[in-house]
Design a binder for this molecule. Structure first.
Ligand SMILES: [Zn+2]
Ligand SMILES: [Zn+2]
Length: 142
């Protein structure tokens, strides 16, 4: 199974879902549902119903186009075009709020191993790592 190109997947989206994905991709940072409603209102010119926005976000998460950051209660466009089921680690900076998405074959293998040993079938495999990003560490040292 190979990852799909982002364009290939987003072409199947309804205009409402596409608008949500576009905003997340352009922002390049995590966005909460309420901020998303504000941004959609600016872009589309009318306020969408919150349930509509939640449904669009859920759909995008299911498709693996967007990830949900539980610790921030926010959503982030996927930067990698990997399979929806693949484990990902988020490096979340406490200083500037920057979020970096990382995957690795070793991580994928180890997370699968941890679940297998318990006979567990993972639905979502998101690891959230809090701390300081390289830019913030550099600033602190300088
Ligand atoms: Zn991703
Ligand atoms: Zn930072």
């Amino acid at each position: 199974m190979h990852a799909h190109a982002p364009g290939e997947r987003s072409s199947r989206l309804t205009p409402g879902r596409k608008a949500v994905l576009d905003i997340l991709e352009r922002a390049g940072r995590p966005i909460g549902a309420y901020e998303m409603i504000d941004l959609l209102a600016e872009t589309v010119g009318r306020r969408p119903a919150p349930t509509q926005v939640y449904r669009a976000l859920d759909f995008l998460v299911e498709q693996g186009l967007v990830h949900r950051l539980a610790s921030r209660n926010a959503f982030l466009a996927c930067g990698h075009g990997h399979e929806a089921s693949e484990p990902v680690a988020f490096l979340i900076c406490d200083g500037c709020g920057h979020v970096d998405e990382a995957t690795s074959p070793a991580l994928t293998a180890d997370v699968a191993d941890v679940a297998d040993k318990k006979g567990f079938a993972p639905r979502a495999q998101i690891i959230e790592i809090a701390g300081r990003c390289a830019a913030c560490i550099t600033k602190e040292v300088a």
